[in-house]
Design a protein around this ligand. Structure first.
Ligand code: F6P
Length: 350
């Protein structure tokens, strides 16, 4: 069947680089005479038939814009596995809008829905991996991650001067959910005095010993980077009292671990400590050049997968190339920071 009209949506947490993807895909499809409908706010737009027509004209200047011109949400049509009503509604909406296929741009959750729609209902879907967390399998990197790391680095450089003036420890909490990529990469880039990530259980004896040694050697301040999902031992976990909400995909809202870590450091070392939760700053702003290029290339290749009828595929970065991989393989397995990468930088944290 000829593809005449394609839907496109962005779902889950937004990230810098989504608009370059949209622009790249729209231009490539337009070049082959294919119309593109942008579905608003992720799967919500797919459920309710809320859309906007995307053209090269109205997407030509969005490459430098952060966020997504389509809006996003964490709506999940498969929220209640036993109730296929919302899924039927999505299929019906696609048909009413005359959409022959769908490009879903999202993380594990959004692509999981796209994959189920393809596998269970035979709907023609193609995926594009996005997330600042960089935790998707089958791709070397996701766009949004680079911008996010740069935001953390800029922020820490600002925090460094005040930490030094006040001779304090500054604990900086980053996003990343249960993968430590953002904390690890930004921690390395700022030469953090300690980094806590979910991939290794936190050892507070070692953390405090390391900071104390630096202090004894004349260091006046310290920077500790903590991933929001860092793994604390059961004793320290008792500190976690914050109420965590759960979203449509069953994820708990993280955030606040930096405060706990700061409290532990201050108590144990009697060293004045402050904590800063960078939060959504890490998802905001204009995409870095790297993310603009990666996003543009992934958008072009997603459109090509559509034009080639490669359903159930996701675009992925492999070395310098953008390739198509199985979406089913990519979803469901989180990609965490490897032991090799952790061990390299372990040289600084003996
Ligand atoms: O998955 C991206 C992400 O930014 C995570 O790093 C973070 O835990 C979560 O989304 C925050 O989600 P929300 O925007 O719903 O608060």
């Amino acid at each position: 069947m000829d593809i005449k009209r394609v839907g496109m949506l962005t779902g889950g947490g937004d990230c810098p680089g989504l608009n370059p993807v949209i622009r790249g895909a729209v231009q490539t499809l337009h070049n082959q005479g294919v119309e593109v409908y942008g579905l608003m706010e992720g799967w919500r737009g797919a459920l309710e038939g809320d859309y906007t027509v995307l053209t090269p004209e109205n997407t030509s200047h969005i490459v430098s814009l952060g966020g997504t011109i389509l809006g996003s949400s964490r709506t999940n049509p498969f929220k209640h596995e036993e109730d296929e009503g919302p899924v039927d509604q999505v299929i019906e909406t696609m048909s009413n809008l005359g959409l022959d296929a769908l490009i879903a741009i999202g993380g594990d959750d959004t692509l999981g829905v796209a994959n189920k729609l393809h596998q269970r209902r035979g709907f023609k879907t193609v995926g594009v991996p996005k997330t600042i967390d960089n935790d998707l399998s089958c791709t070397d990197v996701t766009f949004g991650f680079d911008t996010s790391v740069n935001t953390v680095v800029e922020s820490v450089e600002k925090l460094r001067t005040t930490a030094e003036s006040h001779r304090r420890v500054m604990v900086v909490e980053t996003m990343g959910r249960h993968a430590g990529w953002i904390a690890y990469y930004s921690g390395v880039a700022v030469g953090a005095d300690y980094i806590l990530i979910p991939e290794r259980e936190a050892d507070f004896d070692h953390l405090c010993k390391t900071l104390q040694e630096k202090r004894d050697n004349g260091q006046k301040y310290a920077i500790v980077v903590v991933s929001e999902g860092a793994k604390l031992s059961s004793t320290e976990s008792a500190y976690i009292t914050k109420h965590h909400e759960v979203d449509d995909f069953g994820h708990i809202a993280l955030g606040g671990l930096g405060d706990i870590v700061a409290e532990i450091i201050e108590k144990r070392l009697d060293w004045e400590t402050r904590s800063v939760i960078l939060g959504h700053l890490q998802r905001g702003g204009s995409p870095s050049a790297f993310d603009r290029i990666l996003g543009t290339r992934m958008g072009i290749h997603a459109a090509r997968l559509v034009l080639d009828g490669q359903w159930g595929k996701m675009v992925a970065a492999k070395g310098n190339e953008i390739v198509g991989v199985s979406m089913a393989e990519a979803v469901g397995t989180m990609r965490t920071v490897s032991d090799n990468i952790i061990n390299e930088i372990g040289e600084f944290y003996q």
